[in-house]
Design a protein around this ligand. Sequence first.
Ligand code: SF4
Length: 120
Amino acid sequence: MLGSTWTSLRTDTRVGSSEEASLAAVSRLPGPVADLWQWQLDGSCRRENPDVFFHPEGERGPARRSRDSAAKAVCLGCPVLQSCREHALHVREPYGVWGAMTEYEREATYTPAPGFPAAS
Ligand code: SF4
């Protein structure tokens, strides 16, 4: 999920908080080279309400599925879906729909750390 509002979400209070385990893997982020971020300028979500892509606290069940589906519908028409998905998987974005995948769908693709069971 991209755009100016999205950018502020990325730098919100989670950064530097005690929830560091829930942050994107900052060390995996591309460097400050504009070409590496250029795809974000073409994201369809830049014209959408960011609330569609990030669940409010406590959202569950049908409301969550409906919001996720609406976000995925935007993604499926997005010209940079593949770049977005690759980015989200690479940096392990912990929140929101990126590249038509929810955080849970992304988590399910990650290789578990030794000694930990795979996500279900
Ligand atoms: S794939 Fe979805 S989240 Fe990614 S840039 Fe496109 S619309 Fe935004």
